[in-house]
Design a protein around this ligand. Structure first.
Ligand code: NAG
Ligand code: NAG
Ligand code: NAG
Ligand code: NAG
Ligand code: NAG
Ligand code: NAG
Length: 403
């Protein structure tokens, strides 16, 4: 799974129809998404062939807070909040420096049973609120969006949230998450929703055709407009098939991982500026010109991060470690804010379930916090961003690199 190195980090075609497939490290990396794909296969095989082991796996991996047993059903809804509690004491080490942060609450993998609790999500939100105005969720299962939006009401805070209707090759998965999405929108309204992502790298995993994905994006957008939310952007997180997807999306999202390109941590931020411009922003601009669109759609980094463990899980010069994660944090976060690069840091906290599910230790250790919400790095970047305000759907764009 070690990707081949290539000296050409990206290729810009004059058509602006650059294909990330031509970019070898991304193609051959064992990325989060590749691991997801491999992991999904392992999981399916594992579940089908060895159901017998599942109970012990479950009790080991999903230990929900407050002694509740994991449930096999789609999960309870959180109790409606009746009282509002304050944010509590602020952590002096934390600064709201991250433009956005990717977040998966524990206990939201339906196949393991839904162990998510409002209490744990509230503890997460207390930290998240202090480091970022925006979060991005990966799915609707186990009513995770309810816990997050209800949790914000309980804390009396506002953050912008990207909701994802997860897409895989199983139509049942999509329908389930789709139904939940509309229920959530009816329950909580659109006030805190800054985007709706139809899947994450589903094309990359080859779990959906571009025509199906386009149909889903159109369908959700149409319904959002009908329900009175025409301004909330709808998109997917995938750079493949840009010429077909861009006209249908309100923004172009890409998971950008210098780690999987095998860069030194010291080179990772610079690599990312060039990758984002060359693979995401510039092709989007050129395509808009070609299609005579009067306005170019914004491009956005939906994931950037660095794993902290294990050290032998390196890819060329990219070695997982807390020190290296800190180097990327220190060279990327405030610089990206200054440049106007919109990004979501991957990710808030470690996700222990991935280790077993994907037979890959590294996948579990991308958090800036560990699984118990301890900050891993000695300090975080310090460049305070304002608290998110309702209605702020703005996605900044950096100036072209060479200007
Ligand atoms: C929350 O309140 C709404 C009405 O405001 C009600 O329809 C819903 O059933 C309640 N949910 C729970 C879990 O109590
Ligand atoms: C961040 O910088 C501000 C302004 O310089 C300073 O007051 C604050 O103490 C710093 N916070 C941290 C956690 O370093
Ligand atoms: C799709 O998912 C549903 C519910 O999780 C499951 O019952 C069904 O067997 C799956 N179908 C396929 C083809 O995997
Ligand atoms: C930044 O990255 C680009 C493209 O990968 C490379 O050409 C350039 O030399 C790098 N600059 C520095 C200072 O490393
Ligand atoms: C864009 O405009 C040019 C010049 O007006 C025209 O030749 C071309 O067909 C247009 N392209 C599209 C996709 O509408
Ligand atoms: C898990 O990964 C290890 C090391 O890569 C490999 O030897 C082992 O066969 C894998 N196990 C499964 C169940 O795929």
């Amino acid at each position: 799974m070690i990707p081949e190195h290539t000296d050409i980090p990206y290729k810009i075609s004059s058509e602006g129809s650059i294909l990330a497939e031509s970019y070898k490290p991304r193609q051959s990396r064992c990325s989060f998404s590749v691991c997801l794909k491999v992991g999904a296969l392992i999981l399916i095989a594992g579940i089908v062939l060895s159901l017998a082991f599942l109970p012990s796996l479950l009790s080991r991996m999903v230990t929900p807070a407050r002694g509740k047993r994991p449930t096999a059903h789609p999960g309870n809804l959180p109790a409606n909040h009746t009282t509002t509690v304050g944010l509590g004491p602020l952590d002096p080490r934390l600064v709201r420096s991250f433009w956005g942060v990717d977040y998966t609450p524990h206990g939201t993998q339906l196949q393991f049973g839904c162990g998510v609790t409002q209490e744990e999500v509230i503890q997460d939100l207390r930290l998240l609120y202090q480091i970022t105005p925006r979060i991005r969720l990966y799915g609707m299962d186990c009513n995770q969006a309810d816990y997050v939006l209800n949790g914000m009401r309980i804390l009396n805070i506002n953050m912008g949230v990207i909701l994802t209707i997860w897409v895989d090759s199983n139509q049942t998965t999509y329908q389930r998450q789709y139904d939940t999405f509309w229920r959530v929108l009816e329950t909580y309204g659109g006030d805190n929703i800054i985007g709706v992502s139809i899947g994450n790298e589903a094309l990359f995993r080859k779990e959906v055709s571009v025509s199906t994905l386009v149909a889903s994006i159109r369908d959700v957008k149409k319904k959002m407009i009908a329900m009175g939310y025409p301004k909330i952007p709808v998109y997917t997180s995938d750079i493949r098939e840009l010429p077909k997807l861009m006209p249908e999306q309100d923004a172009v999202l890409d998971n950008v991982h210098p780690f999987f390109a095998g860069t030194l941590p010291q080179d990772a931020a610079n690599w990312t500026w060039h990758y984002f411009y060359g693979v995401d922003q510039y092709p989007t601009i050129k395509l808009a010109e070609k299609l005579n669109q009067t306005q170019t759609k914004p491009a956005m980094i939906s994931e950037i991060g660095w794993p902290t463990f294990p050290e032998d899980g390196s890819i060329q010069a990219a070695i997982p470690s807390v020190e290296n994660q800190k180097i990327l944090l220190d060279t990327f976060i405030c610089q990206a804010n200054r440049r106007g690069v919109p990004y979501f840091w991957f990710e808030f906290k470690d996700e222990p379930w991935k280790q077993d599910m994907f037979n890959e230790t590294r996948e579990s250790f991308w958090g800036i916090f560990d699984k118990d919400n301890n900050l891993k790095v000695s300090s975080l970047p310090n460049c305070t961003l304002p608290v998110w305000k309702k209605g702020d759907l703005f996605i900044p764009q950096p100036k072209p690199l060479d200007s």
